[in-house]
Design a protein around this ligand. Structure first.
Ligand SMILES: C[S@@+](CC[C@H](N)C(=O)[O-])C[C@H]1O[C@@H](n2cnc3c(N)ncnc32)[C@H](O)[C@@H]1O
Length: 279
């Protein structure tokens, strides 16, 4: 990554505050004072690409009608997309042993519909890890209609996720048996997720604060390491909406540093960063 020298572009206080305001308005992401360097570093590249010489001109462009698509690009540049296959592995063990095993044993012939949402899916490793876990637990039984919806505000991440190509070294955290089944090496040394796996996942750009086009209901939602950037009111409103779109008894998986304590009384804590919607 290219690091911009701090004096390449002028970033006035009012420009920084304008960017903070726009990011909050568009993505619900709260950028504190300590994020000034992050803003400078991530947006310098946009300024260079667009030929601006200072942040004031860039901010004026962002606010102009012509700058509409740049507002999305700015949010793409600001979001933090760190992720990995089987990140927080205990969630996938829980999904297999507690959620899917019970479903596989109890569902009637007509009840074999499974819907899981990866909300804030970044470059796709999370939804593909869910898909591999589902496929392993339910097998090739064609009676199951299992689909994963994977969404993110960052349109570039959604495109990467949909392509399903990754450098080989990113797949080391995939259990070897699953790697053999679901990962295909390609000539340039990278890998591609199998077509069967890709067919289970639908990728869509979606800002969690916009209206949701899907109806649900979902059996489980993974929204991990996303809400850390939102303020308390935004988190409360979001978990209320998650509760609405989950089935009663549906499962909610959140990130390792997150908690629903004092945020929502619509979920019961059932395991490490795992909750269940109260019926
Ligand atoms: C750190 S990544 C987490 C990825 C994955 N869930 C995981 O835990 O590995 C956070 C993701 O949340 C997305 N995000 C941030 N604000 C969002 C919003 N308002 N709506 C949808 N996605 C958002 C970011 O674009 C980023 O890809």
């Amino acid at each position: 990554m290219q690091i911009a020298p701090q004096n390449e572009f002028r970033l006035l206080e009012r420009d920084f505050q304008k960017i903070v305001e726009l990011v909050r308005e568009h993505a619900g992401i709260v950028l504190g004072e300590r994020k000034r360097e992050l803003v400078y570093g991530r947006l310098s590249r946009r300024l260079r690409e667009l030929g601006f010489t200072d942040f004031s001109d860039y901010c004026a462009y962002l606010e102009s009608p012509e700058g509409e698509s740049e507002r999305g690009m700015m949010v793409n540049a600001i979001t933090t997309n760190l992720t990995g296959f089987f990140r927080e592995a205990h969630h996938f063990e829980f999904l297999a042993k507690e959620v899917l095993a019970a479903m596989a044993g109890s569902r009637s012939a007509t009840g074999r519909r499974l819907r899981i949402w990866s909300a804030g899916c970044s470059s796709g490793e999370e939804p593909y890890s869910i898909a591999m876990t589902v496929r392993e637990a339910l097998g090739d039984d064609a009676r199951w209609d299992a689909k994963i919806l994977a969404t993110d505000i960052d349109t570039q991440m959604v495109a990467t996720a949909k392509a399903g190509h990754y450098p080989s070294n990113r797949t080391e955290s995939i259990p070897p048996a699953m790697r053999r089944k679901f990962v295909r090496p390609i000539d340039d040394g990278s890998i591609e997720m199998s077509e069967a796996l890709k067919a289970m996942v639908v990728f869509k750009p979606l800002n969690l604060f916009d209206p949701w086009p899907m109806q649900g209901p979902f059996d489980a939602i993974f929204c991990r390491n996303v809400i850390i950037y939102f303020d308390t009111d935004a988190k409360r409103a979001l978990f209320d909406r998650f509760a609405e779109i989950l089935k009663p008894g549906g499962w909610m998986f959140i990130g390792h540093s997150e908690s629903l304590f004092r945020l929502s009384d619509r979920f019961r804590h059932v395991g490490r960063t795992i909750y269940r919607r109260i019926s």
